[in-house]
Design a protein around this ligand. Sequence first.
Ligand code: ATP
Ligand code: MG
Length: 223
Amino acid sequence: MIKNLRLLLLGAPGSGKGTQTSRLLEKIQITPVSSGDLLRTEISKKSSLGVLASKIIQRGGLVPDHLMIALIYREFQARDWLGQDCSWLLDGFPRTHNQAVALDDKLTAAPINCVIELDVPEEVILERIENRYIHIPSGRIYNLQYNPPKVPGKDDITGEALSKRPDDNAEVFKRRLDNYHKEIDPLKEYFKDKGILHSIRGETSDIIFPQLYEYITTKFASK
Ligand code: ATP
Ligand code: MG
């Protein structure tokens, strides 16, 4: 049993955060929150945040920190995650140093206690993106090459249509990668100083997952 694991997965766009999350969910009890999925839900609802975020995401920018912090805080409140004794997994937030500080200020009782960086070579990432499709309502991710849906173009669980993310094209993707590289060093430094950063390098999710799982179970298992 895993207890009190409050995990952040860090990694470039396309490094496999979503894939590692689904694989982890098959083995341990933890609730995932993906900032990208939350924003895509806002976009589907056409909320005012969604309308704004859609424009930013389409050009590969970053949604302003104060809006992201408010969105995530609302999610934490709704899930009653501000106290102790909870396990959760964040993907995509915090992604700037400012966001990390703001989150820690709000989560004084139970802050992030484990950060794992997925360190995947860039040429591998670029190849993956071309073949990536997602099921927007659930955030489930497919790759036509490595992890195709059972029925072409349809989500395995609901049978609903899959789509290509509008920001998964070569030009926008390059901007997303650039933004990632701009923000990542201070963010990593922040968690390194707290002694909670661990990096795993590998070319495929199959190579990374066993190491991720081993690390987590060794550190957070309770009998
Ligand atoms: P991946 O495709 O591997 O998930 P990603 O992490 O870049 O890559 P998402 O997390 O799905 O993609 O986010 C999509 C977009 O949503 C980002 O390009 C950015 O515009 C916006 N976004 C998501 N999280 C944040 C955040 N914490 N701060 C600012 N913008 C964000
Ligand atoms: Mg994602």
